[in-house]
Design a protein around this ligand. Structure first.
Ligand SMILES: C[S@@+](CC[C@H](N)C(=O)[O-])C[C@H]1O[C@@H](n2cnc3c(N)ncnc32)[C@H](O)[C@@H]1O
Length: 387
């Protein structure tokens, strides 16, 4: 039976209270840096500098690492902002305010445990210092010293933090976007969904080669028969994986014809029951219709944005955008967490796909609103017998 919990509170503080390794998958969209004011003093996103923002995100990832099962994944929807969007523009800084900040990637590097050098972070800070000293510009000197202090803090926290593996940068391509009144660049029409797994040193979950079952401790002696050039051979049934990822649940329809596959240089693989064709209806049916029905999901997802919630500052993401994240990232009956739950979109999708949901949200109004929506989903899933 699926269920949900909405916790009203601050994400990092509330994550600390969750039992360790209790969630299967985290799907979320944090407040982006310097863009929206959610009207709460504990909100994330309006830090003075990108480095303070990244430190917040690192603290959040530390707690998500604890709450997430070892085989779990994080799906992190994030967009970028320009220098002029941020409080950073007020600092004495060499970069023009026209610059895109690169926040998604700075965050991803930090979460991977990669530390940029001061030069990569700030440009030639020593040159700035020389100029400030020469002109006795105390304010500039103080600002540079603050930047160095921030850098030191950030690098210490990156060193001490939990490592994640950045497995993919999915591009959310927005087909219809808000027009921008710019004439010196293109209109922004994409954001990222970064997919992270824990940095496991050995397999933590196993996937069967025949039925797509998942198990934490299968019988590794089990074998299955597989066709090969010489006839049939026994192969191991279970394959060790570093994280749960049900690629079959999100595969796409393919129009590629068998003949075109050969022309594309894929060769005659009809004699193998290799992974390329075991994801179709099966080897025999494949021979019958000579059409490969499905292909692995691609990493550019075209999904239209949805309207902002009425009378609120909230920016919900589209259900269609996160459906594949939940299908691939969380087994049925598992638990999806969203530490920035907002209007509860993640919960709606999770529950309608037969997964449980935990949402954390700072703003009690948003939380109330989401509870109403999730109650409707709960009653629908009861009526359709989905649970
Ligand atoms: C981008 S919105 C999420 C929208 C959500 N994905 C949806 O579809 O409705 C970010 C949310 O994070 C909340 N928020 C901001 N800072 C927070 C914090 N420190 N702890 C918990 N929630 C926070 C905001 O109130 C807002 O609802």
């Amino acid at each position: 039976m699926v269920s949900y919990i909405i916790i009203i509170g601050e994400a990092i503080a509330e994550l600390k209270k969750l039992p360790a390794k209790s969630v299967d998958c985290i799907v979320t969209s944090p407040p982006y840096f310097g863009l929206r004011d959610y009207g709460h003093e504990d909100q994330i996103g309006l830090e003075k500098t990108p480095f303070q923002y990244i430190r917040m995100i690192l603290a959040l990832f530390k707690e998500m690492h604890k709450a997430l099962k070892d085989q779990g994944t994080i799906w992190w929807n994030i967009g970028d902002s320009y220098m002029f969007d941020s409080a950073y523009k007020n600092m004495k800084y060499k970069m023009s305010t026209q610059n895109l900040l690169g926040i998604p990637w700075m965050t991803a590097f930090a979460v991977q445990g990669r530390i940029l050098t001061p030069f990569e972070m700030f440009g030639d800070i020593s040159e700035d210092m020389k100029v400030a000293i020469k002109s006795k510009d105390w304010k500039a000197m103080k600002s540079i010293r603050n930047r160095i202090r921030e850098y030191d803090l950030l690098s210490k926290e990156i060193k001490a933090g939990n490592r994640f593996v950045l497995r993919q940068d999915i591009i959310w391509h927005k087909h219809k976007v808000m027009p921008e009144s710019v004439r010196n660049r293109c209109t922004k029409s994409h954001e990222y969904i970064f997919m992270f797994s824990k940095d496991n040193k050995a397999p933590v979950i196993y996937n069967s080669n025949d039925t797509n079952e998942w198990s934490l401790s299968p019988n590794m002696e089990e074998t299955i028969e597989k066709p090969c050039e010489e006839g049939m051979k026994d192969v191991k049934r279970w394959r060790g994986c570093m994280y749960y990822f049900d690629y079959l649940a999100i595969r796409e329809k393919s129009k590629l014809k068998w003949n075109s596959a050969i022309n594309f240089g894929l060769g005659d693989r009809s004699k193998y029951n290799g992974s390329a064709f075991s994801e179709t209806k099966g080897l025999d049916s494949f021979h019958e219709d000579k059409v490969r029905n499905y292909r692995n999901k691609r990493d550019v997802w075209t999904v239209n944005t949805c309207a902002s919630a009425k009378d609120s500052h909230l920016a919900p993401y589209p259900k269609k955008l996160i459906r594949p994240c939940i299908l691939a990232g969380c087994p049925k009956g598992g638990t999806v967490l969203d530490p920035f739950s907002g209007s509860g979109t993640t919960g709606e999708v999770a529950m309608s796909l037969d997964r449980n949901y935990i949402g954390i949200e700072l703003n009690p109004e948003f939380a109330e609103h989401s509870i109403k929506k999730l109650d409707v989903i709960l009653s629908q899933t009861k009526q359709t017998g989905l649970m």
